[in-house]
Ligand binder design. Structure first.
Ligand code: C5P
Length: 227
C-alpha cells in the first residue's frame, strides 16, 4: 500500500506547510480541483521544491469528448505529475484516446478512472446510470481495464472484487479511509486501514484524519508503520 495524503486545506500556504511537515516521508500527495484551479501548476512546482521525491496525484476527474480529453491529458503529462484521473463514464473511446495520446511519453503518468462518486446514494446513482453502485462500479472498472487504464478510484469495499474481474495489478485508489476508526465526517462507507489491507487497496487516500490531527507528521508515521 502507498499512502496518498489529500491536500485539502483552504490555501496554498497551509497546504505547503502541511507538505513541509511531511517532507521526510515517502508519500503521494493528492492535489484536487479547488487547489489546482486556485494555485495552478506553480503549486505543483512548489511541492516538488519541498521534496522532489513527493509523488503527485492530480485529482481533476476529466470528462469531455475524446479529442478534448486526449488534449488535456497531454497537457497534464507535461506538468510532470505522477498520476491523474478521468471519468469512466466518459466512455471507452475517450479512455482509449487518452491512453493512445499518452503512449508517446515514456514516463507518462498513471491514469485512473473514477467509477462512482461517493456522494451518490444508490437511488440517486440509479437515476443516472440505471444500475446500483457496486454493479456499475465493477462494469466501469472492467471497461477501464479493457481500455488500457492503470486502475480505478473506488470504494475500499469494491477493491477486491474489481481486482478479481480485472487483474491483481490493476490499481485501486480508495478515499473514505479512517485509519483507526476516526470521525467519518461526511463520508458514508468508511474503511479502516485493516479493512483496506484485507481488500487489497493499493492507495488509501487520507485527508482529514491527517491534516486535522494536532501532529500530522506523527500521524503519518503511525499510518506508514501500519501499512
Ligand atoms: O478528508 P477525507 O479523508 O475524507 O478526504 C478524502 C479525499 O478524497 C477528499 O479530497 C475527497 O474530495 C476525495 N474523494 C472522495 N471520494 C471520491 C473521490 C475523491 O472522498 N469518490
Amino acid at each position: 500500500m502507498r499512502l496518498c495524503v489529500a491536500l485539502d486545506l483552504p490555501s496554498s500556504k497551509e497546504n505547503l506547510e502541511l507538505a513541509s511537515k511531511l517532507k521526510e516521508y515517502d508519500i503521494w500527495l493528492k492535489v484536487g480541483f479547488r487547489t489546482y484551479i486556485r494555485d495552478g501548476k506553480e503549486f505543483i512546482e512548489e511541492l516538488k521544491r519541498v521534496n522532489p521525491n513527493f509523488k503527485i496525484f492530480l485529482d481533476l476527474k476529466l470528462y469531455d469528448i475524446p479529442n478534448t480529453m486526449a488534449d488535456a491529458s497531454e497537457e497534464i503529462a507535461k506538468l510532470g505529475i505522477d498520476m491523474f484521473n478521468i471519468h469512466a463514464s466518459s466512455g471507452s473511446l475517450a479512455m482509449r484516446s487518452v491512453m493512445q495520446r499518452l503512449s508517446k511519453y515514456p514516463n507518462r503518468p498513471l491514469v485512473l478512472a473514477v467509477t462512482a462518486l461517493t456522494s451518490f446514494d444508490n437511488s440517486s446513482f440509479k437515476e443516472i446510470y440505471e444500475k446500483g453502485i457496486s454493479t456499475k462500479a465493477e462494469q466501469f472498472a472492467k471497461m477501464s481495464f479493457e481500455s488500457g487504464l492503470d486502475g480505478v478510484v473506488c470504494s475500499a469495499f469494491e477493491s477486491r472484487a474489481i481486482k478479481e474481474i480485472t487483474s491483481k495489478k490493476f490499481i485501486t485508489l480508495c478515499p473514505a479511509i479512517r485509519p483507526f476508526g476516526e470521525d467519518a465526517g461526511d463520508q458514508k462507507r468508511v474503511a479502516t486501514l485493516e479493512i483496506a489491507k484485507d481488500e487489497l487497496v493499493d492507495f488509501p487516500v487520507i485527508g482529514r484524519p491527517i491534516y486535522k490531527d494536532k501532529n500530522p507528521a506523527k500521524k503519518v508515521k503511525i499510518i506508514l508503520n501500519k501499512i
